[in-house]
Design a protein around this ligand. Structure first.
Ligand code: 4NP
Length: 155
């Protein structure tokens, strides 16, 4: 029996973008009956233990998903052993992850939008300081990425 693949999404605060990415992948995987371990974390420590930003909760709710029970945590070196894939929401998150990655740990690091044809190398912009439209755009990007990720994981 093969083990379920595991995916960790990482942004800065783990309250805006990565919780939405987590919710989107859970939904897409469930839709096709794919067994996958999904989690999210932040590179920063400011919001540890807090729920997602209310604007992320509202955006998820608009898509019928309740993420209010999610709790922010900080990424740790052990994540590089616990997850097959660690996906950074933007290039700064990726650079931070590369700094703390343990040599020889199995996790494969990449940028989330590298998994979307035509968007490789691009960031999911941080919506924290903007209005609700930024969260809509985040949802569009992470849900598209989640569809491609599920297809990759099924291969
Ligand atoms: P996230 O957004 O990285 O998508 O969760 C942010 C959340 C909080 C802060 C920055 C970005 N902050 O500076 O507190």
């Amino acid at each position: 029996m093969s083990q379920a693949p595991s995916v960790l999404f990482v942004c800065l605060g783990n309250i805006c973008r990565s919780p939405l990415a987590e919710a989107a992948l859970r939904r897409e995987a469930e839709a096709v009956g794919l067994d996958v371990v999904v989690d999210s974390a932040g590179t920063g420590a400011w919001h540890i233990g807090k729920g997602p930003d209310p604007r992320s909760c509202d955006e998820a709710q608009r898509h019928g998903i309740d993420i209010r029970a999610y709790r922010a945590r900080q990424v740790s070196p052990s994540d590089f052993h616990r997850f097959d894939r660690i996906l950074a929401l933007d290039a700064a998150n990726l650079a931070d992850l590369e700094r703390i990655a343990l040599p020889g740990a199995p996790a494969r690091l990449s940028l989330l939008l590298d998994h979307v044809p035509g968007l490789s190398g691009q960031d999911v912009a941080d919506p924290y300081y903007g209005g609700p439209e930024g969260f809509e755009e985040t949802w569009r990007q992470v849900s598209e990425a989640a569809r491609h990720l599920v297809a990759e994981l099924q291969r």
